[in-house]
Design a protein around this ligand. Structure first.
Ligand code: AMP
Length: 284
């Protein structure tokens, strides 16, 4: 596996792959790899000719009081894991190389960035879209692979790609979980042993809610009320950021469960802000 740090070198390599007819898949990440990241790389390896994984902790998607400086990093381990998955290039640029001090351009997908995580992280998705757009231009993929764990991010990137006619196919992949159900996340590293024991209840609650729906409960108020009680009881140390029932594509709040209904949650637990989601009824 080749390590590329320089943006110009990356783009030149990407051009040479593209002009020789190879189909590139990009897996954008912020590193500190876990099995969720690796599942995206594996899918890319199986479905494209050439695989680029980007490793870039993007400062513009962090708010002023967020965890940019403490975000977990382990470059050597990440390099070894990506190499083992058969990734061809690990693209790990420096911040100064991605963002010129005179950077003035932002990519924003309006409306979809307002609810859910957008409420407590006002400029987050603007940072994500801008860096993803730049990464597309630097790596020239025909496919880009993202995880459904960040459901809102995936919906926003799909919309950006459609609205800006970007020549990339966006692929969403299922959430990879720990054996006890906790969605894998680099931020799980922040949890104390006690918090780690409570954290699987986030997914347990989502599964409970799915069971209520199967029993015939479809009113959002009822489901959200019950789930709120569940979390207060099972994760007393947690603070709910949001608990919402939305239509999975438009991300609009809904009053009743319908096809494509997504239940999404964000909970602060100690130093970590953990997110998870579940499709209550598959899309038709
Ligand atoms: P991150 O490094 O957290 O920015 O994540 C990079 C990519 O991995 C994003 O597309 C995430 O949605 C995806 N990802 C993160 N956690 C998981 C997981 N548990 N299962 C599947 N994909 C994930």
């Amino acid at each position: 596996m080749q390590l590329v740090k320089d943006c110009i070198e990356m783009q030149e390599l990407a051009w040479s792959k593209r002009s020789s007819g190879l189909k590139t898949a990009l897996v954008p990440t912020m590193g500190y790899f876990h099995a969720g990241h690796l599942s995206l790389m594996r899918w890319a390896r199986e479905n494209a000719d050439f695989v680029i994984t980007s490793l870039f902790v993007n400062p513009t998607q962090f708010g002023p009081n967020e965890d940019l400086s403490s975000y977990p990093r382990d470059f050597d381990r990440d390099f070894a894991l990506a190499e083992k998955e058969g990734v061809d290039i690990l693209f790990a640029p420096d911040v100064e190389d991605i963002y010129d001090p005179k950077h003035l351009t932002w990519v924003e997908v309006t409306e979809l960035d307002q609810g859910l995580c957008g409420q407590s992280r006002p400029h987050h998705f603007r940072g994500v879209c801008t860096v993803v757009c730049k990464l597309f231009n630097l790596t020239l993929p025909v496919i880009a692979v993202f995880g459904e764990k960040d459901w809102q991010q995936l919906a926003i990137i799909r919309k950006m790609t459609e609205d800006l006619n970007l020549p990339v196919r966006i692929v969403g992949r299922p959430i990879v979980r720990e054996p006890d159900g906790l969605a894998m996340s680099s931020r799980n590293a922040y949890l104390t042993p006690e918090e780690r024991q409570l954290a699987p209840n986030i997914y347990a609650g989502l599964l409970e809610a799915k069971a209520w729906v199967q029993e015939g409960i479809v009113a959002a108020s009822k489901i959200l009320g019950r789930l709120n009680d569940f979390y207060r009881q099972k994760i007393p140390a947690g603070q709910i950021d949001y608990l919402e029932l939305v239509e999975g594509k438009s991300l609009q709040s809904i009053d009743r469960v319908c096809a494509g209904a997504l239940l999404a949650v964000a909970i602060y637990l100690g130093q970590a802000r953990l997110i998870d989601n579940i499709l209550l009824i598959p899309e038709e």
